[in-house]
Design a protein around this ligand. Structure first.
Ligand SMILES: Nc1nc2c(c(=O)[nH]1)N[C@H]1C(S)=C(S)[C@@H](COP(=O)(O)OP(=O)(O)OC[C@H]3O[C@@H](n4cnc5c(=O)[nH]c(N)nc54)[C@H](O)[C@@H]3O)O[C@H]1N2
Ligand SMILES: Nc1nc2c(c(=O)[nH]1)N[C@H]1C(S)=C(S)[C@@H](COP(=O)(O)OP(=O)(O)OC[C@H]3O[C@@H](n4cnc5c(=O)[nH]c(N)nc54)[C@H](O)[C@@H]3O)O[C@H]1N2
Ligand SMILES: [Mo]
Length: 783
């Protein structure tokens, strides 16, 4: 056996050292400066050497034969040579562009891809498609898309969603009461897009608690409270937070506990909002009794919380999940209005924040230098659909839709190009998406594994993983930047997305535009040099950045950081005239003329309680009495790492667990560990029941990410997106309504169907240019 070699690298779940022996990844050691590494790094050996790797370029038989589009998801695949595969992709792009123009090509390619800036699949996809003439893109994201388009109308920016909120330095020393809508689930703090060097959320939470801050967690599940945190848990009906916040505001108003001065000097539209709270127009005061009937929280609890909040330094935090629901704009706007009435916005440890507890390093003190960044190229034919309207677009080309005050028209897409995302993970109502997915003439996917999306593509090109290439990585909120060394040779015949695009660009005659004359290492150096340039030009005097070679050899660097608190809207608070917000009024808008001008009844000009299409108070709840919450998985990132032992360990007879209140289970004859069928009119999936008194009655909780495995009558693996609702949050932001879904559940009494999620589609033999047969080899690396 050869000696073990060690290679620094990075993933969204943490930085680590890859230990390689005899061409195989044998172990992963966490980055020594990470105070709380995620155990998910240990999933990498199984993933990188998985038999599910896409080994060679592959084409779907039906497409190859007669350009059939109906066999997506059921067809077998033929392996072909890279030369032939690239020629096919090139010719398809040429054909579609010539016939339908740039908007015949869809290149939104939404997804998390992997850490590493240069090889970020979505960036490379956009660079390639933009250099080649343009494509249809996607606006916003699934994470906080509803808030992204609402917040600029209210506070002039969506930056707080990116973690630019009053930081932990300030919160840990000043906050006395932290009201956490959606909780502080530490499982989600394992991740950060771009890669976590230091997992810090637990440290900061403990520090804040030890200083004596009180935590109140408002959530349908006890699982959102870290068990060691001495927090009060207020169970709430899903999707009703806006009602509770509005009622808290009403208590402040009714008891004159609101800050008149702040509302007068820093806000606009308070009079209209107060009229709504009092019920001037509809005769219904939005008091705590009104809210109790909606959200199930006792009126006395709501009133008491409002009084406590008014009497001390209070921070109101909402997880991103609150707005990933039908009418998800409302709880966000209502939380800002509540914080405005408390009058502590811009004060240390006070006001509102978003996403603390949704992701590692939201509210982290920021380094003074932004981390590494890979430039995109301009889309020469700019056009974008709201990210979560993909199925609508494919099903109804030419149809009109509303989006943030404008009317859009869905393009007529003929070719879909995806790299670095998994729409058959991330989208809602997957049975509907599967129908929409038959529409395009050609679907090209780059993947490292045979994911559900790869299995639904016509041409699949095998992509390397981070361990098989060199890169530079880091996240805007993390203090470390990482050198990512190549640890392994490309597995099978996989290639880097960058190299695939470079060759295709060469065939299209625009290689120089795409590469800008740089290869992999030149790009890494370029990204480093741009960061070093920002560092030198920084607002304060800082030590000189290390040379690239020093950095590369050391494996990481720590970005400079001055120890000062960041307080959201501190300047604005001190002098609203000198530091106005970027809203039309320059102030916090509790009533927005601009939004009023859109005339959307589903997003009125001030925060409102608007019942979602599906929630426990909806008429449909008579037929579907349970609210399904689909939360982020603890043991993987979305669908990534799902086939690894870490994720499979938690499944029940290979099915995704569904957590259910024991009373709801008893009424249905469901016992702990039983296989169940979760269903509604949109679909059904299998799951394994886990009885949990920490789940509110009427609520089911399932994690997302089990690889989609549709069978005859039931999805066999437990992918909850066969049940979720595929409509926009509102006409204003058109975000995903993933968290508004009513369902029912029953014991599964039929035979247990075989699981096919972790099978590669049968790959029949193809020929390479020399006519040699490629089939019949042992699975790659014998794994
Ligand atoms: N019901 C419900 N649905 C949800 C959510 C929810 O809360 N509830 N959450 C939503 C949210 S917030 C998000 S962000 C989305 C996430 O949705 P996605 O980001 O689409 O999910 P991932 O599983 O991370 O998919 C990334 C894919 O990229 C591939 N990949 C990784 N690295 C590379 C690479 O270098 N090259 C190539 N070519 N491919 C690569 C991975 O193998 C994986 O298949 O899901 C959304 N869906
Ligand atoms: N381990 C892990 N961590 C992740 C990810 C992952 O896939 N795995 N994904 C990352 C990504 S892309 C994102 S966008 C973030 C998402 O971060 P979030 O959106 O905050 O995460 P969720 O798990 O969807 O929801 C958090 C909690 O909100 C609660 N909740 C749901 N609906 C409601 C409601 O209506 N009211 C209230 N009060 N609470 C509600 C649920 O109980 C849930 O546990 O997570 C990131 N972190
Ligand atoms: Mo997300």
């Amino acid at each position: 056996m050869s000696p073990v070699t060690r290679h620094p690298t990075l993933s969204h779940w943490g930085a680590y050292t890859a230990l390689v022996q005899d061409g195989r990844l044998v172990a992963c050691e966490p980055f020594p400066h990470d105070p709380a590494p995620s155990s998910l790094i240990h999933a990498m050996p199984a993933m990188v050497h998985s038999p599910l790797r896409v080994r060679r370029p592959a084409v779907r038989e039906g497409w190859l034969r007669n350009r059939d589009t109906s066999g997506r998801g059921s067809d077998r695949y033929v392996e072909i040579s890279w030369e032939r595969a690239l020629r096919l992709v090139h010719e398809e792009l040429q054909r579609v562009r010539a016939q339908y123009g740039p908007h015949g090509v869809f290149g939104g390619s939404y997804g998390w891809a992997s850490a590493g800036r240069v090889h970020s699949a979505i960036t490379q996809t956009h660079r390639f498609l933009h250099a080649g003439g343009g494509c249809v893109e996607q606006a916003g994201n699934y994470s906080w898309g509803a808030a992204q388009f609402l917040l600029p109308h209210v506070i002039g920016t969506y930056k707080p969603l990116t973690g630019r909120v009053t930081d932990w330095n300030s919160v840990s020393r000043h906050t006395e009461l932290l009201v956490a809508f959606g909780g502080m689930p530490l499982r989600n703090a394992q991740m950060v897009a771009g890669g976590a060097g230091a997992h810090t959320t637990e440290h900061w939470l403990r520090r804040t608690a030890e200083r004596g801050a009180r935590f109140v967690i408002v959530s349908p599940t006890r699982g959102d409270v870290p068990p060691w945190l001495d927090a009060d848990w207020i169970p709430i009906r899903p999707n009703t937070d806006a009602a509770m916040m509005i009622a808290m505001a009403h208590t402040l108003l009714a008891e004159s506990r609101h800050d008149e001065t702040f509302l007068h000097t820093h806000c606009t539209g308070y009079a209209a909002y107060a009229a709504y709270l009092r019920g001037d127009h509809d005769g219904q005061p939005k008091d705590a009794d009104w809210a109790q009937a909606i959200c199930g929280v006792p009126a006395a609890t709501i009133r008491a919380l409002a009084r406590t909040a008014a009497g001390c330094r209070t921070l109101i935090n909402c997880t991103w999940s609150l707005q990933r629901a039908h009418r998800g704009e409302q709880p966000y706007w209502a939380s800002i209005a509540l914080a405005a009435m408390l009058g502590q916005i811009g004060l240390p440890g006070g006001g509102f924040s978003f996403g603390t507890g949704s992701i590692n390093s939201a509210s982290n003190p920021r380094p003074d230098v932004a981390g590494p960044d890979m430039p995109e190229l301009r889309n020469p034919a700019p056009r974008a659909i709201p990210v979560a309207r993909i199925a609508d677009m494919l099903l109804a080309p030419g149809a009109e839709y509303q989006f943030n005050g404008r009317t859009g028209i869905y393009p007529d897409v003929r070719l879909v190009y995806w790299a670095g995302g998994n729409p058959f993970h991330h989208h809602q109502d997957l049975n509907r998406l599967a129908r929409a997915w038959r529409k395009p003439e050609t679907i090209v996917v780059h993947e490292s594994w045979w994911t559900p999306t790869a299995k639904r593509a016509d041409i699949v090109l095998p992509a390397t993983t981070t361990l098989e290439r060199r890169d530079i990585g880091g996240s805007t909120r993390d203090r470390y930047v990482f050198a990512m060394h190549q640890a392994l040779p490309p597995q099978g015949e996989s290639r880097n997305d960058f190299d695939i695009y470079r060759e295709l660009a060469a065939m299209g005659g625009f290689e120089a535009t795409f590469t800008e004359g740089r290869d992999e290492m030149a790009w890494i150096r370029h990204v480093y040099a741009s960061m070093a340039e920002r560092w030198r030009k920084g607002p304060i005097a800082m030590p000189e950045p290390p040379s690239f070679d020093q950095f590369w050899q050391q494996g990481y660097l720590e970005l400079p950081r001055t120890e000062r608190d960041f307080i959201l809207f501190e300047d604005f608070r001190q002098d609203p005239a000198a530091h106005p917000l970027q809203t039309p009024s320059g102030r916090i808008e509790l009533y927005s003329e601009k939004v009023a001008g859109f005339g959307y009844e589903d997003c009125p000009p001030h925060p409102c309680w608007l019942p979602p299409a599906e929630w426990l108070g909806a008429p449909a709840a008579r037929q579907w009495p349970l609210h399904l919450i689909t939360s982020q998985p603890a043991d993987r990132l979305h669908s990534q790492l799902d086939p690894a032992p870490q994720s499979r360990r938690h499944k029940i007879r290979d099915r995704e667990p569904v957590r259910i209140n024991p009373d709801d289970a008893a009424g249905r004859g469901i016992k702990d560990g039983m296989l169940v069928r979760v269903f509604n009119a949109r679909g059904a999936c299998l799951a394994g029941a886990v009885l949990d008194i920490g789940v509110s009655p009427g609520v089911l909780v399932m994690s997302t990410g089990a690889w989609f495995d549709p069978g005859e009558a039931v999805e066999r693996h437990g992918n909850p997106n066969v049940l979720t609702l595929d409509i926009g949050t509102s006409q204003l932001s058109q975000g995903t309504s993933a968290l508004s879904a009513l369902v029912d559940v029953e014991p599964w009494t039929g035979p247990v169907p075989d699981m096919r999620a972790y099978e590669s589609p049968v790959v029949s033999r193809g020929e390479d240019p020399r006519g040699e047969i490629w089939a019949g080899e042992a699975p790659m690396d014998g794994a």
